[in-house]
Design a protein around this ligand. Structure first.
Ligand code: PSV
Ligand code: MN
Length: 390
């Protein structure tokens, strides 16, 4: 690799930002069991403190996403000040209209207008919170759907969804955006009201420029070509956010890059090809993960490193050689150019970059050496540990 190529790669990696989710620092599990861990935060402030550690060690995770009501506080402006003192900012506000008895038949698509009103009011409250925290983005994921054919009208539910989204969209400030996430199934098993990128995209187009699609990498059927979705939405100017994680079976929420690092590379390659990995792209790069059996903070650090590694490999692709092979119809040659980059070891370059940034070249090892885990396990005794409340 030439020096100038390495410098260009480092420049792109230096400006990459990965937002961590507050809920990943809390306890989580499956619907069978939530395993508690020692040292887990008991408040939004303690989650933010953990997120700040991840940022200090990686230099790449300067914001933390909040989830309402899991991170409810009396004074959000004060929480934003607390975060700034810790060296991080507050990022995306995630709404929650899936954990109330009222939402058994859905939230914004519920047949009962009273429940729909309650759900929309919560979304509007989230925009008020964004005003106080200075957050740009509201992320919406709806668990709405049906379990049985005939249970409700699929078309009416789309109408109710569109009306709710419109009301919230119209409340957004000039610099605020709405991210509409999709998920194939679960908790609804027969129909889901926003099951795929096409549905999210169609609603976002109808809404306008401030609405964009959020791709949660774990929310697809097995075998889905996610990089195609990335390329399509980039071209259409509607790719607004990622929730990174990885899956073997369904919405496993495992560490990004753990199950299929090659898929992560292919996704990052589409982004790199469109020059869309930095903050100027307007894409919010977030993790949406749950660390049920592994230690949380090192797992989050590892996830940030996995995204960086996939990005570095994508940046390594010899684009001139690739284009030449593509243009001349050299199928195997083109594939080889891509695979060459994927097969390269970029870890030395990333270690060098971290040293240049004044960071430890191995952030996971640095975390283990830091004594932070011991410190929180000793200090965070008593109280109620944060969890996703399932
Ligand atoms: C549920 O699947 C989910 O993981 C969605 O991906 C949201 O982004 C997240 O929960 C938080 O609401
Ligand atoms: Mn998600």
């Amino acid at each position: 690799m030439t020096d100038s190529k390495a410098d260009r790669m480092k420049a792109a990696l230096r400006e990459q930002r990965i937002e961590t989710p507050s809920w990943a620092y809390g306890n989580s599990g499956t619907r069978f069991k939530v395993f508690a861990q020692a040292g887990v935060p008991r408040s939004p402030e303690e989650k933010i403190a953990d997120a700040a550690v991840v940022h200090r060690l990686t230099g790449a995770a300067p914001t933390v996403a909040l989830h309402i009501p899991w991170d409810k506080v009396d004074d959000y402006a004060e929480l934003a000040r607390f975060a700034a003192d810790q060296g991080v900012g507050l990022g995306v506000i995630n709404a929650n209209v899936f954990q109330d008895d009222d939402y058994k038949l859905g939230s914004v698509t519920n047949p009962d207008p009273r429940v729909r009103r309650k759900a929309v009011d919560h979304l509007l409250e989230c925009v008020d919170i964004m005003d106080a925290t200075g957050s740009r983005d509201l992320k919406l994921w709806f668990s709405d759907g049906t379990n049985y054919p005939g249970q409700d009208s699929i078309r009416k539910r789309q109408d109710r969804l569109a009306a709710a989204l419109r009301e919230v969209y119209d409340r957004l400030g000039d610099d605020q955006r709405m991210l509409l996430e999709y998920k194939l199934f679960e908790p609804a098993f027969y129909t889901t009201d926003v099951p795929d990128w096409g549905t999210s995209y169609a609603h976002c187009v109808e809404l306008g420029d401030k609405a964009g699609v959020c791709i949660d990498t774990g929310h697809h059927a097995p075998g889905t070509n996610i990089e195609f979705i990335v390329a399509f939405l980039l071209r259409a100017g509607k790719l607004a956010a990622f929730d990174f994680n990885s899956r073997f079976y369904a919405d496993d929420d495992l560490m990004v890059g753990a199950a299929d690092p090659f898929q992560l590379f292919r996704i990052l390659f589409e982004l790199v090809s469109a020059n869309a990995t930095g903050p100027d792209s307007g894409i919010a790069f977030m993790l949406d993960q749950c660390h049920n059996i592994e230690a949380k903070i090192p797992a989050i650090i590892r996830s940030v490193l996995n995204v960086q590694e996939a990005t570095a490999k994508a940046l390594l692709v010899d684009t001139e050689a690739l284009e030449a092979a593509q243009d001349s119809g050299d199928v195997l040659g083109a594939n080889e150019v891509l695979m060459d980059a994927y097969s390269s070891d970029v870890r030395p370059l990333l270690r060098e970059l971290r040293e240049e940034m004044g960071l430890d070249p191995d952030p996971v090892a640095a975390y283990h050496r830091s004594g932070y885990q011991k410190q929180i396990e000793t200090a965070r005794v008593g109280g109620t540990q944060a969890g996703w409340g399932a």
